[in-house]
Design a protein around this ligand. Structure first.
Ligand code: FAD
Length: 467
Protein backbone atom coordinates (compact mmCIF):
# COMPACT_ATOMS: atom_id res chain seq x y z
CA UNK A 1 0.00 0.00 0.00
CA UNK A 2 0.98 3.68 -0.13
CA UNK A 3 1.84 3.76 3.58
CA UNK A 4 4.24 0.87 3.24
CA UNK A 5 7.97 1.24 3.34
CA UNK A 6 10.96 -1.05 3.38
CA UNK A 7 14.29 -0.70 5.15
CA UNK A 8 17.34 -2.89 5.36
CA UNK A 9 17.48 -2.14 9.08
CA UNK A 10 14.54 -1.04 11.23
CA UNK A 11 15.25 0.25 14.72
CA UNK A 12 12.30 0.17 17.12
CA UNK A 13 12.71 2.96 19.69
CA UNK A 14 14.94 6.04 19.59
CA UNK A 15 16.55 6.08 23.05
CA UNK A 16 20.34 6.12 23.42
CA UNK A 17 20.48 2.51 22.26
CA UNK A 18 18.14 3.02 19.31
CA UNK A 19 19.52 6.27 17.89
CA UNK A 20 23.09 5.04 18.25
CA UNK A 21 22.24 1.82 16.42
CA UNK A 22 20.30 3.66 13.69
CA UNK A 23 23.10 6.18 13.07
CA UNK A 24 25.82 3.54 13.11
CA UNK A 25 23.91 1.27 10.68
CA UNK A 26 23.35 4.25 8.35
CA UNK A 27 27.04 5.19 8.55
CA UNK A 28 27.85 1.63 7.51
CA UNK A 29 25.72 2.01 4.38
CA UNK A 30 22.40 0.51 5.44
CA UNK A 31 19.02 2.04 4.63
CA UNK A 32 17.50 2.67 8.05
CA UNK A 33 14.04 3.41 9.44
CA UNK A 34 13.83 4.57 13.06
CA UNK A 35 10.40 4.13 14.66
CA UNK A 36 9.51 6.30 17.66
CA UNK A 37 6.18 6.69 19.47
CA UNK A 38 7.18 9.85 21.32
CA UNK A 39 7.02 13.27 19.63
CA UNK A 40 10.74 13.83 20.23
CA UNK A 41 13.69 11.49 19.70
CA UNK A 42 16.07 10.51 22.48
CA UNK A 43 14.04 8.09 24.59
CA UNK A 44 13.94 8.14 28.35
CA UNK A 45 17.54 9.31 28.71
CA UNK A 46 17.23 12.59 26.86
CA UNK A 47 13.57 13.39 27.55
CA UNK A 48 12.84 12.20 31.07
CA UNK A 49 16.02 10.57 32.41
CA UNK A 50 19.75 11.22 32.44
CA UNK A 51 19.75 14.70 30.96
CA UNK A 52 16.88 16.59 32.67
CA UNK A 53 17.88 15.02 36.01
CA UNK A 54 21.44 16.25 35.59
CA UNK A 55 20.26 19.76 34.69
CA UNK A 56 18.30 19.87 37.97
CA UNK A 57 21.11 18.25 39.96
CA UNK A 58 23.44 20.96 38.77
CA UNK A 59 21.07 23.58 40.15
CA UNK A 60 20.74 21.62 43.40
CA UNK A 61 24.52 21.57 43.74
CA UNK A 62 24.80 25.32 43.30
CA UNK A 63 22.11 25.91 45.93
CA UNK A 64 23.71 23.66 48.55
CA UNK A 65 27.21 24.95 47.81
CA UNK A 66 25.98 28.49 48.31
CA UNK A 67 24.42 27.46 51.65
CA UNK A 68 27.65 25.82 52.77
CA UNK A 69 29.76 28.87 51.92
CA UNK A 70 28.48 30.30 55.21
CA UNK A 71 31.06 28.18 57.04
CA UNK A 72 33.80 29.63 54.78
CA UNK A 73 32.84 33.18 55.64
CA UNK A 74 30.61 33.90 52.65
CA UNK A 75 26.87 34.21 53.10
CA UNK A 76 24.19 34.42 50.44
CA UNK A 77 20.52 35.02 51.00
CA UNK A 78 17.95 32.26 50.79
CA UNK A 79 17.52 31.19 47.16
CA UNK A 80 14.53 32.62 45.30
CA UNK A 81 13.21 29.78 43.20
CA UNK A 82 11.17 30.45 40.09
CA UNK A 83 9.98 26.99 39.12
CA UNK A 84 8.78 28.10 35.68
CA UNK A 85 12.21 29.48 34.79
CA UNK A 86 13.93 26.44 36.22
CA UNK A 87 11.66 24.17 34.17
CA UNK A 88 12.41 26.28 31.08
CA UNK A 89 16.14 25.88 31.65
CA UNK A 90 15.78 22.10 31.97
CA UNK A 91 13.49 21.92 28.93
CA UNK A 92 15.88 24.00 26.86
CA UNK A 93 18.73 21.61 27.60
CA UNK A 94 16.53 18.65 26.62
CA UNK A 95 15.29 20.49 23.52
CA UNK A 96 18.81 21.21 22.26
CA UNK A 97 19.73 17.55 22.47
CA UNK A 98 16.53 16.02 21.10
CA UNK A 99 16.43 18.61 18.30
CA UNK A 100 20.06 17.82 17.56
CA UNK A 101 19.10 14.18 17.03
CA UNK A 102 16.57 15.20 14.35
CA UNK A 103 19.40 16.91 12.49
CA UNK A 104 21.73 13.97 12.89
CA UNK A 105 19.04 11.59 11.58
CA UNK A 106 18.39 13.82 8.57
CA UNK A 107 22.08 14.18 7.83
CA UNK A 108 22.39 10.40 7.62
CA UNK A 109 19.15 9.91 5.66
CA UNK A 110 17.66 7.86 8.49
CA UNK A 111 13.88 7.87 7.96
CA UNK A 112 12.07 8.62 11.21
CA UNK A 113 8.58 7.09 11.42
CA UNK A 114 6.39 8.43 14.25
CA UNK A 115 4.01 6.07 15.98
CA UNK A 116 3.88 2.91 18.06
CA UNK A 117 5.37 -0.09 16.28
CA UNK A 118 4.36 -3.71 16.80
CA UNK A 119 5.54 -6.82 15.02
CA UNK A 120 3.03 -8.48 12.73
CA UNK A 121 5.47 -11.10 11.40
CA UNK A 122 9.17 -11.95 11.30
CA UNK A 123 9.92 -9.21 8.71
CA UNK A 124 7.13 -6.73 9.36
CA UNK A 125 6.19 -4.04 11.84
CA UNK A 126 2.93 -2.16 11.77
CA UNK A 127 3.07 1.39 13.12
CA UNK A 128 0.02 2.83 14.85
CA UNK A 129 -0.37 6.57 14.99
CA UNK A 130 -1.56 9.59 12.99
CA UNK A 131 -0.25 8.05 9.78
CA UNK A 132 -0.39 4.27 10.16
CA UNK A 133 2.29 2.46 8.18
CA UNK A 134 3.71 -0.95 7.71
CA UNK A 135 7.46 -1.21 7.62
CA UNK A 136 9.10 -4.33 6.23
CA UNK A 137 12.73 -5.05 7.01
CA UNK A 138 15.64 -7.36 6.39
CA UNK A 139 17.00 -6.87 9.90
CA UNK A 140 15.53 -5.28 13.02
CA UNK A 141 16.99 -3.89 16.24
CA UNK A 142 14.54 -3.73 19.17
CA UNK A 143 15.40 -0.79 21.44
CA UNK A 144 12.05 -0.35 23.19
CA UNK A 145 13.50 0.59 26.59
CA UNK A 146 11.69 0.51 29.91
CA UNK A 147 9.14 2.31 32.06
CA UNK A 148 8.75 2.94 35.81
CA UNK A 149 7.41 0.06 37.91
CA UNK A 150 4.09 0.80 39.61
CA UNK A 151 2.92 -0.79 42.87
CA UNK A 152 -0.53 -2.37 43.12
CA UNK A 153 -1.43 -0.82 46.48
CA UNK A 154 -0.38 2.74 45.60
CA UNK A 155 -2.99 5.17 44.19
CA UNK A 156 -0.94 6.03 41.08
CA UNK A 157 -3.84 8.03 39.59
CA UNK A 158 -3.62 10.58 42.43
CA UNK A 159 -1.58 13.61 41.26
CA UNK A 160 0.25 13.59 44.60
CA UNK A 161 1.79 10.24 43.65
CA UNK A 162 4.51 10.71 41.04
CA UNK A 163 7.22 8.75 39.27
CA UNK A 164 10.58 10.09 38.08
CA UNK A 165 8.93 11.73 35.06
CA UNK A 166 6.48 13.53 37.38
CA UNK A 167 9.36 14.59 39.63
CA UNK A 168 11.21 16.08 36.64
CA UNK A 169 8.06 18.02 35.69
CA UNK A 170 8.62 20.26 38.76
CA UNK A 171 4.94 21.04 39.29
CA UNK A 172 5.62 22.30 42.82
CA UNK A 173 8.02 21.98 45.72
CA UNK A 174 6.11 19.85 48.23
CA UNK A 175 6.60 20.58 51.91
CA UNK A 176 7.10 16.94 52.83
CA UNK A 177 8.01 14.34 50.22
CA UNK A 178 8.43 10.57 50.55
CA UNK A 179 10.87 8.92 48.21
CA UNK A 180 9.81 5.30 47.94
CA UNK A 181 12.95 3.38 46.98
CA UNK A 182 16.53 4.26 47.92
CA UNK A 183 18.10 3.47 44.56
CA UNK A 184 19.95 5.80 42.21
CA UNK A 185 16.92 7.46 40.59
CA UNK A 186 15.08 8.04 43.89
CA UNK A 187 18.14 9.47 45.61
CA UNK A 188 18.97 11.80 42.72
CA UNK A 189 15.45 13.23 42.81
CA UNK A 190 15.62 13.43 46.62
CA UNK A 191 18.80 15.50 46.22
CA UNK A 192 17.01 17.93 43.87
CA UNK A 193 13.90 18.40 46.02
CA UNK A 194 15.96 18.68 49.23
CA UNK A 195 17.91 21.55 47.68
CA UNK A 196 14.69 23.19 46.48
CA UNK A 197 13.37 23.10 50.05
CA UNK A 198 11.29 19.94 50.53
CA UNK A 199 11.62 17.88 53.70
CA UNK A 200 12.60 14.44 52.43
CA UNK A 201 11.93 10.97 53.80
CA UNK A 202 13.50 7.98 52.05
CA UNK A 203 12.27 4.43 52.56
CA UNK A 204 14.29 1.42 51.40
CA UNK A 205 13.60 -2.29 51.80
CA UNK A 206 17.26 -3.35 51.89
CA UNK A 207 19.77 -2.63 54.64
CA UNK A 208 21.50 0.17 52.72
CA UNK A 209 20.72 2.87 50.19
CA UNK A 210 21.92 2.12 46.64
CA UNK A 211 21.81 -1.63 47.27
CA UNK A 212 24.53 -3.21 45.16
CA UNK A 213 27.09 -0.46 45.74
CA UNK A 214 30.07 -0.98 48.06
CA UNK A 215 29.08 -0.26 51.70
CA UNK A 216 32.14 1.92 52.36
CA UNK A 217 31.38 4.29 49.50
CA UNK A 218 27.71 4.57 50.39
CA UNK A 219 28.58 5.65 53.96
CA UNK A 220 29.62 9.26 53.23
CA UNK A 221 26.46 9.80 51.18
CA UNK A 222 24.36 8.29 53.98
CA UNK A 223 26.03 10.52 56.57
CA UNK A 224 25.38 13.63 54.53
CA UNK A 225 21.75 12.94 53.73
CA UNK A 226 21.04 11.83 57.32
CA UNK A 227 22.03 15.33 58.32
CA UNK A 228 19.78 16.96 55.74
CA UNK A 229 16.71 14.71 55.36
CA UNK A 230 13.84 14.26 57.76
CA UNK A 231 14.03 10.46 57.86
CA UNK A 232 15.79 7.58 56.16
CA UNK A 233 14.09 4.26 56.87
CA UNK A 234 16.15 1.20 55.95
CA UNK A 235 14.92 -2.43 56.09
CA UNK A 236 11.44 -0.94 55.96
CA UNK A 237 8.55 -1.93 53.74
CA UNK A 238 5.71 0.24 52.54
CA UNK A 239 2.58 -1.86 53.07
CA UNK A 240 -0.19 0.58 52.31
CA UNK A 241 -1.08 3.95 50.88
CA UNK A 242 -4.27 5.94 51.17
CA UNK A 243 -5.23 9.21 49.54
CA UNK A 244 -6.59 11.56 52.23
CA UNK A 245 -7.38 15.29 52.27
CA UNK A 246 -4.23 15.91 54.29
CA UNK A 247 -2.01 14.05 51.84
CA UNK A 248 -0.98 10.52 50.96
CA UNK A 249 -1.02 8.44 54.12
CA UNK A 250 1.64 5.75 53.96
CA UNK A 251 1.88 2.71 56.21
CA UNK A 252 5.37 1.37 56.85
CA UNK A 253 6.51 -1.87 58.41
CA UNK A 254 9.96 -1.99 59.99
CA UNK A 255 12.29 -4.99 60.26
CA UNK A 256 10.64 -6.09 63.53
CA UNK A 257 7.22 -6.19 61.91
CA UNK A 258 6.10 -2.99 63.70
CA UNK A 259 3.77 -0.82 61.65
CA UNK A 260 3.69 2.97 61.66
CA UNK A 261 2.29 5.59 59.36
CA UNK A 262 2.92 9.12 58.16
CA UNK A 263 1.27 11.49 55.70
CA UNK A 264 3.13 13.21 52.86
CA UNK A 265 2.32 15.99 50.40
CA UNK A 266 3.99 14.03 47.59
CA UNK A 267 5.12 10.46 47.17
CA UNK A 268 7.76 9.70 44.55
CA UNK A 269 7.66 6.03 43.61
CA UNK A 270 11.14 4.98 42.44
CA UNK A 271 11.18 1.23 42.93
CA UNK A 272 12.74 0.25 39.64
CA UNK A 273 12.01 0.05 35.94
CA UNK A 274 10.33 -2.64 33.91
CA UNK A 275 11.34 -3.50 30.32
CA UNK A 276 8.88 -2.80 27.48
CA UNK A 277 9.44 -6.20 25.82
CA UNK A 278 5.88 -7.43 26.30
CA UNK A 279 4.36 -4.47 24.49
CA UNK A 280 5.76 -4.93 20.98
CA UNK A 281 4.16 -8.29 20.02
CA UNK A 282 7.65 -9.75 19.65
CA UNK A 283 6.21 -13.28 19.71
CA UNK A 284 4.63 -12.59 16.29
CA UNK A 285 8.18 -12.34 14.95
CA UNK A 286 9.15 -15.47 16.90
CA UNK A 287 11.20 -13.49 19.45
CA UNK A 288 10.97 -14.84 23.01
CA UNK A 289 10.14 -12.40 25.82
CA UNK A 290 10.49 -13.60 29.42
CA UNK A 291 7.91 -13.15 32.20
CA UNK A 292 9.37 -9.83 33.29
CA UNK A 293 9.46 -8.44 29.75
CA UNK A 294 13.16 -8.89 28.99
CA UNK A 295 14.37 -10.14 25.60
CA UNK A 296 17.33 -12.52 25.81
CA UNK A 297 20.24 -11.92 23.42
CA UNK A 298 23.64 -13.48 22.69
CA UNK A 299 26.98 -11.65 22.78
CA UNK A 300 26.23 -10.12 19.36
CA UNK A 301 22.88 -8.73 20.63
CA UNK A 302 21.01 -11.34 18.55
CA UNK A 303 17.68 -12.66 19.78
CA UNK A 304 16.67 -16.27 19.08
CA UNK A 305 15.64 -15.03 15.61
CA UNK A 306 18.92 -14.46 13.72
CA UNK A 307 17.92 -11.27 11.87
CA UNK A 308 16.37 -9.60 14.93
CA UNK A 309 18.55 -7.95 17.57
CA UNK A 310 17.75 -6.25 20.87
CA UNK A 311 19.66 -3.67 22.92
CA UNK A 312 19.40 -1.40 25.95
CA UNK A 313 17.02 -1.59 28.91
CA UNK A 314 14.87 -4.17 27.16
CA UNK A 315 17.65 -6.78 27.27
CA UNK A 316 18.49 -6.50 30.96
CA UNK A 317 20.42 -4.93 33.79
CA UNK A 318 22.13 -2.63 34.34
CA UNK A 319 19.59 -0.27 32.81
CA UNK A 320 22.04 2.47 31.88
CA UNK A 321 22.36 4.71 28.85
CA UNK A 322 26.05 4.01 28.17
CA UNK A 323 25.32 0.27 28.19
CA UNK A 324 22.51 0.82 25.65
CA UNK A 325 24.83 2.92 23.45
CA UNK A 326 27.57 0.29 23.48
CA UNK A 327 25.09 -2.48 22.65
CA UNK A 328 23.61 -0.31 19.89
CA UNK A 329 27.01 -0.07 18.19
CA UNK A 330 27.56 -3.82 18.47
CA UNK A 331 24.12 -4.63 17.00
CA UNK A 332 24.49 -2.17 14.10
CA UNK A 333 27.95 -3.42 13.22
CA UNK A 334 26.81 -7.04 13.29
CA UNK A 335 23.86 -6.06 11.03
CA UNK A 336 26.38 -4.59 8.61
CA UNK A 337 28.31 -7.85 8.52
CA UNK A 338 31.13 -6.95 10.92
CA UNK A 339 32.48 -9.47 13.38
CA UNK A 340 31.73 -7.52 16.53
CA UNK A 341 30.88 -8.82 20.00
CA UNK A 342 29.81 -7.32 23.29
CA UNK A 343 33.06 -7.97 25.10
CA UNK A 344 33.35 -4.96 27.40
CA UNK A 345 34.82 -6.11 30.71
CA UNK A 346 32.79 -3.68 32.78
CA UNK A 347 29.93 -1.21 32.79
CA UNK A 348 30.46 1.69 35.22
CA UNK A 349 27.58 2.75 37.49
CA UNK A 350 27.15 6.25 38.88
CA UNK A 351 24.70 7.87 41.29
CA UNK A 352 24.89 11.62 40.63
CA UNK A 353 23.89 12.36 44.20
CA UNK A 354 25.80 14.75 46.45
CA UNK A 355 28.37 13.32 47.02
CA UNK A 356 28.48 11.20 43.87
CA UNK A 357 28.90 7.44 44.17
CA UNK A 358 30.58 5.55 41.31
CA UNK A 359 31.91 2.07 40.80
CA UNK A 360 33.07 -0.35 38.12
CA UNK A 361 34.45 -3.85 37.76
CA UNK A 362 34.66 -6.23 40.71
CA UNK A 363 33.28 -5.00 44.04
CA UNK A 364 34.30 -6.44 47.42
CA UNK A 365 30.83 -7.95 47.80
CA UNK A 366 31.12 -9.64 44.36
CA UNK A 367 34.62 -10.84 45.10
CA UNK A 368 33.58 -12.40 48.40
CA UNK A 369 30.48 -14.00 46.87
CA UNK A 370 32.39 -15.45 43.90
CA UNK A 371 35.58 -16.34 45.75
CA UNK A 372 37.69 -13.89 43.70
CA UNK A 373 41.01 -13.16 45.45
CA UNK A 374 41.79 -9.48 45.82
CA UNK A 375 43.81 -6.92 47.71
CA UNK A 376 42.91 -3.29 48.00
CA UNK A 377 44.30 0.20 48.06
CA UNK A 378 42.13 2.75 49.81
CA UNK A 379 42.70 6.48 49.85
CA UNK A 380 40.57 8.65 52.15
CA UNK A 381 39.97 12.08 50.67
CA UNK A 382 40.51 13.72 54.06
CA UNK A 383 44.19 13.55 53.02
CA UNK A 384 43.65 15.16 49.61
CA UNK A 385 44.63 18.79 49.30
CA UNK A 386 42.07 19.39 46.60
CA UNK A 387 39.08 17.90 48.40
CA UNK A 388 39.98 19.83 51.56
CA UNK A 389 40.20 23.02 49.47
CA UNK A 390 36.78 22.22 48.07
CA UNK A 391 35.45 21.94 51.61
CA UNK A 392 34.32 18.40 50.79
CA UNK A 393 36.75 15.90 52.24
CA UNK A 394 34.32 13.07 52.99
CA UNK A 395 35.23 11.13 49.85
CA UNK A 396 37.10 7.89 49.36
CA UNK A 397 38.79 6.13 46.45
CA UNK A 398 39.13 2.37 46.69
CA UNK A 399 40.83 0.15 44.13
CA UNK A 400 40.82 -3.65 44.04
CA UNK A 401 43.81 -5.53 42.64
CA UNK A 402 44.50 -9.09 41.60
CA UNK A 403 47.11 -10.24 44.18
CA UNK A 404 48.84 -12.42 41.54
CA UNK A 405 49.70 -9.79 38.95
CA UNK A 406 48.67 -6.51 40.67
CA UNK A 407 46.26 -5.66 37.86
CA UNK A 408 43.30 -3.44 38.71
CA UNK A 409 40.08 -5.49 38.77
CA UNK A 410 37.64 -3.03 40.29
CA UNK A 411 37.24 0.37 41.83
CA UNK A 412 34.76 2.56 43.60
CA UNK A 413 34.77 6.23 44.44
CA UNK A 414 32.56 8.45 46.55
CA UNK A 415 32.95 12.20 46.57
CA UNK A 416 32.31 15.26 44.44
CA UNK A 417 32.80 14.39 40.75
CA UNK A 418 33.22 10.66 41.44
CA UNK A 419 31.25 9.98 38.26
CA UNK A 420 33.91 11.68 36.14
CA UNK A 421 36.78 10.14 38.10
CA UNK A 422 35.64 6.53 37.68
CA UNK A 423 36.49 6.57 33.94
CA UNK A 424 40.20 6.36 34.70
CA UNK A 425 39.59 3.18 36.67
CA UNK A 426 37.43 1.80 33.82
CA UNK A 427 40.21 2.51 31.31
CA UNK A 428 42.81 0.95 33.62
CA UNK A 429 40.77 -2.26 33.89
CA UNK A 430 40.00 -2.43 30.14
CA UNK A 431 43.71 -1.99 29.33
CA UNK A 432 44.90 -4.46 31.95
CA UNK A 433 46.82 -1.76 33.84
CA UNK A 434 48.45 -2.66 37.14
CA UNK A 435 49.16 -0.76 40.33
CA UNK A 436 52.53 0.48 39.06
CA UNK A 437 50.90 1.88 35.89
CA UNK A 438 48.51 3.94 38.02
CA UNK A 439 51.12 4.77 40.64
CA UNK A 440 53.76 5.88 38.12
CA UNK A 441 51.45 7.92 35.91
CA UNK A 442 51.97 11.57 36.83
CA UNK A 443 48.60 13.00 37.82
CA UNK A 444 48.15 16.77 37.90
CA UNK A 445 48.29 18.30 41.37
CA UNK A 446 46.09 19.26 43.11
CA UNK A 447 43.20 17.30 41.60
CA UNK A 448 40.71 14.74 42.77
CA UNK A 449 42.11 12.43 40.06
CA UNK A 450 45.25 12.13 42.19
CA UNK A 451 43.21 10.02 44.61
CA UNK A 452 43.30 7.20 42.03
CA UNK A 453 47.07 7.48 41.88
CA UNK A 454 47.27 7.59 45.71
CA UNK A 455 44.97 4.56 46.12
CA UNK A 456 47.33 2.60 43.83
CA UNK A 457 50.30 3.79 45.89
CA UNK A 458 48.53 2.83 49.12
CA UNK A 459 48.26 -0.70 47.72
CA UNK A 460 51.90 -0.74 46.63
CA UNK A 461 52.98 0.75 49.94
CA UNK A 462 54.99 3.41 48.14
CA UNK A 463 53.06 6.46 49.28
CA UNK A 464 55.20 8.71 51.39
CA UNK A 465 53.36 11.93 51.94
CA UNK A 466 49.69 12.55 52.22
CA UNK A 467 48.85 15.84 50.65
P1 FAD B 1 14.81 4.21 26.23
O1 FAD B 1 15.63 5.38 26.54
O2 FAD B 1 13.89 3.68 27.27
O3 FAD B 1 13.99 4.58 24.94
C1 FAD B 1 13.06 3.73 24.36
C2 FAD B 1 12.31 4.54 23.33
O4 FAD B 1 11.57 3.66 22.55
C3 FAD B 1 11.31 5.52 23.93
O5 FAD B 1 11.48 6.77 23.32
C4 FAD B 1 9.96 4.92 23.59
O6 FAD B 1 8.98 5.92 23.33
C5 FAD B 1 10.28 4.16 22.34
N1 FAD B 1 9.43 3.00 22.11
C6 FAD B 1 9.28 1.92 22.92
N2 FAD B 1 8.49 1.02 22.34
C7 FAD B 1 8.15 1.53 21.14
C8 FAD B 1 7.35 1.06 20.09
N3 FAD B 1 6.79 -0.13 20.17
N4 FAD B 1 7.19 1.84 19.00
C9 FAD B 1 7.79 3.05 18.93
N5 FAD B 1 8.57 3.54 19.89
C10 FAD B 1 8.73 2.79 20.98
N6 FAD B 1 21.19 6.14 32.76
C11 FAD B 1 22.48 6.54 32.77
O7 FAD B 1 23.33 5.87 32.20
N7 FAD B 1 22.86 7.70 33.42
C12 FAD B 1 21.98 8.46 34.09
O8 FAD B 1 22.35 9.49 34.65
C13 FAD B 1 20.61 8.06 34.10
N8 FAD B 1 19.69 8.81 34.73
C14 FAD B 1 18.38 8.44 34.68
C15 FAD B 1 17.45 9.22 35.34
C16 FAD B 1 16.10 8.89 35.32
C17 FAD B 1 15.11 9.76 36.02
C18 FAD B 1 15.70 7.72 34.60
C19 FAD B 1 14.26 7.34 34.54
C20 FAD B 1 16.62 6.93 33.95
C21 FAD B 1 17.97 7.27 33.99
N9 FAD B 1 18.94 6.49 33.35
C22 FAD B 1 20.25 6.88 33.39
C23 FAD B 1 18.59 5.26 32.60
C24 FAD B 1 18.55 5.53 31.10
O9 FAD B 1 17.63 6.56 30.86
C25 FAD B 1 18.18 4.28 30.34
O10 FAD B 1 19.06 3.23 30.68
C26 FAD B 1 18.24 4.49 28.84
O11 FAD B 1 17.39 5.54 28.45
C27 FAD B 1 17.87 3.22 28.10
O12 FAD B 1 17.96 3.44 26.73
P2 FAD B 1 17.20 2.55 25.67
O13 FAD B 1 17.77 2.92 24.36
O14 FAD B 1 17.22 1.13 26.07
O15 FAD B 1 15.66 2.96 25.74
Amino acid sequence: GPGDIHAEVVVLGSGPGGYTAAFRAADLGKSVVLIEANSTLGGVCLNVGCIPSKALLHVAKVITEAEEMASHGISFGAPQIDLDDLRDFKDSVVGKLTGGLDGLAKGRKVTVVRGYGKFTGPNMISVEGKEPKTVSFDQCIIAAGSEPVTLPFIPHDDPRVIDSTGALDLMDVPERMLVLGGGIIGLEMACVYDALGSKITVVELMDQIIPGADKDIVKPLMTRIKGRYENIFLKTKVTGAEATDAGIKITFQDENGESFSDTFDKVLVAVGRRPNGKKVDAEKAGVAVDDRGFIAVDNQQRTGVPHIFAIGDVVGQPMLAHKAVHEGKVAAEVCAGHKRFFDASLIPSVAYTDPEVAWCGVTEVDAKAKGIKYEKGVFPWAASGRSLSNGRSEGMTKLLFDPEDQRVIGGCIVGTNAGDLISEVALAIEMGADAVDLGHTIHPHPTLSETVNFAAEMFEGTITDLI
